[in-house]
Design a protein around this ligand. Structure first.
Ligand SMILES: Nc1ncnc2c1ncn2[C@@H]1O[C@H](COP(=O)(O)OP(=O)(O)OP(=O)(O)O)[C@@H](O)[C@H]1O
Ligand SMILES: [Mg+2]
Length: 415
């Protein structure tokens, strides 16, 4: 369901990018993060369980384009629009609107004259005439570009999903991740009146990185350590993140799709790999060459650019997993971030260290000499409980208590 909203936002951003941003390669996106925002566009999503509205000020659509391209299924063989970056297959808008409901109203203002479409889907579907026709009415020339899609008479499943209390926050999270490079730079996105704040993947300074091109696609790979939260690394923020023309298609993947547990690529993902963060950027002036699926919800494993990239992702990734594997201690699976501090360098949000010349290597600091050992012994449970309460913190764990009593002895008798 959230997918339908993302299909529509893709179109708005695609239109906004045409007039405001030309991407050359991965570096264009990091430069975007560092630059002050230029003119910002706006897309607003509003929904109730019975109605969905998506409106933007990203340029609008002419009646001619509506007639000849927008409501045509599939991108066809003809050369698409020159500077489309997120519009690829010619199906997103139709997929989204037909998925939502039975009554569709689309209105657009354009400086060369916009259009209005009223579509009653069940009535329209009765007409078996080919090719499909939509009743598009011209609107007068307007000063500002504007597009609004309103869907009512929603399908039952859609109504149920939109009534779900969780839905809005899940949608906001997905938007915050999917468009993290564009939010607040190119476009402001609102969901039911609330502005979305970008959620950027955080990677620290010490990175393995490489860039290259495969045919007409530029690829940049980064692998390194994430930035710990409250001194801890979580599984949810570990793995590979893939972007196509700045749009996230995979977040924190730890599966065979990105090479984990695949022979000749990476080891299987284990808790000791929680600090791992990888980022791959694919950029191209021909978005149909990028390895995304038609839904933009993943990568197409058959895509040749993807296949060539996987091996090199593993080469960069292994520099990091080898370090983490060596760091793994038998005492437990959680890695203390103190131990990793040396390896991290300065923690920053997405520092792309892609250079046009030589690849960068991950700098694994030498393992500190191991001067420690473990104490273990059995005690009476009741007596331990009494001893714990004598510390004034009755609920401390056994190991915390062991540490406490040991420190107490060392402080009083040894030092
Ligand atoms: N909000 C909008 N503003 C301006 N143009 C739009 C907007 N929505 C759709 N369009 C135009 O309509 C065309 C068709 O959109 P649709 O989403 O169906 O296919 P697509 O974006 O070309 O490909 P994809 O299947 O990858 O989404 C777009 O290429 C774009 O030119
Ligand atoms: Mg689209």
């Amino acid at each position: 369901m959230a997918d339908a909203f993302l299909d529509l936002i893709d179109n708005s951003i695609n239109a906004a990018l045409k007039s405001s941003f030309a991407s050359e390669n991965a570096l264009s996106y990091t430069a975007l993060l560092e630059s002050p925002p230029t003119k910002r566009f706006k897309v607003q999503l509003t929904f109730t369980p019975t109605k969905v509205i998506v409106e933007d000020d990203c340029g609008g659509i002419t009646a001619k384009d509506a007639q000849e391209e927008v409501f045509v299924f599939g991108a066809g063989d003809q050369e698409g629009h020159q500077d489309d970056q997120l519009s690829v297959y010619g199906i997103g808008l139709k997929r989204a609107m037909f998925k939502l409901g039975k009554y569709i109203e689309m209105t657009s203002d354009h400086k060369d004259g916009g259009f209005k479409l009223d579509l009653n889907v069940p009535d329209w579907a009765k007409n078996k005439e080919q090719p499909w026709k939509f009743d598009i009415n011209e609107r007068p020339k307007a000063q500002a570009g504007f597009t609004k899609l309103e869907v009512t008479d929603l399908y039952k499943a859609v109504n149920a999903r939109l009534s779900d209390a969780q839905f809005e926050s899940q949608l906001k999270d997905r938007i915050a991740r999917a468009y993290s490079f564009f939010i607040s730079k190119i476009i402001d996105i609102y969901v039911n009146g609330q502005q979305i704040v970008a959620e950027q993947v955080a990677i620290s300074d010490n990175q393995a990185s490489e860039n290259f091109s495969v045919d007409d696609v530029d690829v940049a790979i980064l692998a390194g350590l994430g930035v710990p939260k409250d001194k801890r690394y979580l599984s949810e923020t570990a793995g590979w993140n893939v972007y196509c023309n700045g749009r996230s298609v995979i977040s924190y993947d730890k599966t065979g799709l990105t090479g984990w547990g695949v022979d000749g690529l990476l080891p299987s993902f284990q808790p000791k790999h929680r600090p791992f963060v990888g980022i791959v950027f694919f950029t191209s002036k021909h978005p149909e060459s990028l390895p995304w699926t038609t839904t933009k919800l993943g990568v197409n494993p058959d895509n040749i650019v993807w296949q060539r990239t996987l091996k090199r992702m593993a080469d960069a990734g292994k520099q990091v997993t080898r370090f983490l594997d060596a760091r793994y201690s038998e005492d437990g699976t959680s890695i203390s971030s103190d131990e990793l501090q040396d390896a991290i360098g300065t923690a920053k949000t997405v520092t792309l260290k892609v250079t046009s010349s030589s690849p960068l290597l991950f700098r694994a600091p030498p393992k500190p000499p191991n001067n420690t050992t473990t104490i273990q012994y059995k005690v009476d449970k009741k007596e331990l409980a009494e001893a714990k309460s004598a510390t004034g913190q009755g609920s401390i764990s056994n190991s915390e208590f062991g540490r406490y009593t040991y420190d107490y002895f060392v402080d009083n008798e040894v030092k």
